[in-house]
Ligand binder design. Structure first.
Ligand code: NIG
Ligand code: FE
Length: 395
């Protein structure tokens, strides 16, 4: 199929560039008045309208065509909701205080335990459908509300079932170390997580640890990642609640990404330099919890790349809207629209090992694309951040 009369084709990138760092993150290839051909679900060719080939076509009517959003950090498989805690939060309790009362992640874990696997599947599928409608074409989903072998496996099976039943590409992360499961001592639970690793690796490409104050220590993280070596690549929750050391331990273990980073100093930036690890910030949780926003600009100045993801979960970011994430990147983190665009496409694809397949307009990549209404560009998406802009999502 040929898409013709594209007002603006954005995200054009030569083959082989897997992420954008430093000044390069502020650049993207564009072509005005263009066509693009899709064959077998992949981008086959594109060019200026003067060279448009004959054939079955869709008229873009001057709309912008861009790579779809890639969301490298979500917890969309969860049961029910935590709207009760929303009221606690409104009444002044912090995320840590809610968790310390046995709410938070443990609350979701209890709910998940009581929810049938089919129910969990259909509730979660509904959220993924919502994300695809909003332009997400590839996403990562974590376990971590099971917190015992049986319920973690239930989550992993649900993630696999979703992956097999949606047109978006889904990557799976084992986050057994999300909180200490009920009935375990801290030590015993870390041992249990280590015991679960081989079986989890049958489902998951990645392993995650919530390395933060009140959850898992650097030593716990080191033990878990050492045991996971050769089974799953790390993607770490770090520096959300405190300067946790999570970035450094993640980089040491060759993490594909370190995520959150609301609280980081220059040492974290230094640790990331020259590594293959993608710093990933989650402005939706800064927004929802009232936390500081990550220092994305300083990372770029240091020559690093930055990815942005939604963190869609019931406790800290109950939204998977990547357009809003991109807008927060601009409005609150002072990223330019192009920097934010690369953060929610190519770099977030990189952060889940998918940037050879998604995240740019490159011949051979999957045609996961968003066609906008006429007259849109990257700036307007972030600026007029609530006006519907999508005409069609290609998956
Ligand atoms: O990324 N910080 C840890 N985990 C999630 C929140 C999970 C929850 O509260 O349910 C996060 O913010
Ligand atoms: Fe998270």
């Amino acid at each position: 199929m040929i898409i013709k009369n594209i007002g603006l084709l954005v995200g054009i990138l030569e083959d082989g560039v897997l992420r954008k760092e430093g000044a390069a993150q502020g650049q993207t290839g564009t072509l005005e008045d263009a066509w693009l051909r899709i064959e077998d679900g992949r981008i086959a060719a594109f060019g200026p309208m003067a060279t448009c080939p004959e054939g079955e076509s869709l008229d873009a009517c001057g709309g912008m065509l861009m790579p779809g959003f890639c969301d490298s950090h979500t917890h969309v498989v969860y049961a029910g909701s935590r709207d009760g805690e929303f009221l606690d939060k409104i009444n002044g309790l912090s995320y840590e205080e809610i968790a310390a009362r046995g709410g938070g992640i443990l609350n979701s874990s209890d709910l998940l335990h009581r929810t049938s696997e089919d129910q969990l599947y259909s509730q979660s599928l509904f959220r993924v459908q919502e994300m695809m409608d909003k332009g997400t074409v590839a996403l990562e989903i974590k376990s971590g509300y099971g917190l015992n072998p049986e319920d973690e496996l239930k989550m992993l099976r649900v993630i696999r079932r979703i992956a097999g039943n949606v047109p978006a590409t889904v990557r799976c992360t084992f986050l057994g170390a999300h909180a200490i499961g009920r009935g375990y001592t801290h030590e015993a639970y870390v041992d249990e997580v280590i015991g679960m690793l081989p079986q989890a690796a049958e489902y998951a490409q990645f392993v995650d640890v919530f390395c933060d104050e009140g959850f898992f220590t650097v030593e716990d993280t080191d033990r878990i990642l050492s045991a996971a070596k050769g089974l799953m690549r790390p993607k770490i929750h770090a520096n959300e609640l405190a300067v946790s050391g999570g970035v450094q331990v993640g980089v040491r273990h060759g993490a594909l990404s370190v995520d959150h980073l609301e609280r980081t100093g220059d040492a974290e930036i230094e640790a990331l330099r020259g590594s293959a690890t993608m710093p990933t910030m989650l402005p939706g949780s800064s927004f929802f919890l009232g936390l500081p926003y990550g220092r994305a600009k300083d990372y770029l100045k240091a020559g690093l790349g930055v990815a942005l993801a939604s963190d869609y979960n019931p406790g800290s970011s109950p939204s998977g809207d990547m357009r809003f994430v991109m807008a927060l990147g601009c409005i609150r983190m002072r990223l330019t629209p192009v920097e934010a665009f690369n953060a929610v496409t190519l770099n977030s694809a990189y952060a889940m090992g998918l940037s050879h397949e998604y995240g740019s307009v490159t011949v051979g990549k999957r045609a996961g694309l968003i066609l906008t209404q006429p007259g849109w560009d990257l700036t307007k998406i972030a600026y007029q951040y609530q006006t519907p802009f999508i005409r069609k999502v290609f998956l």
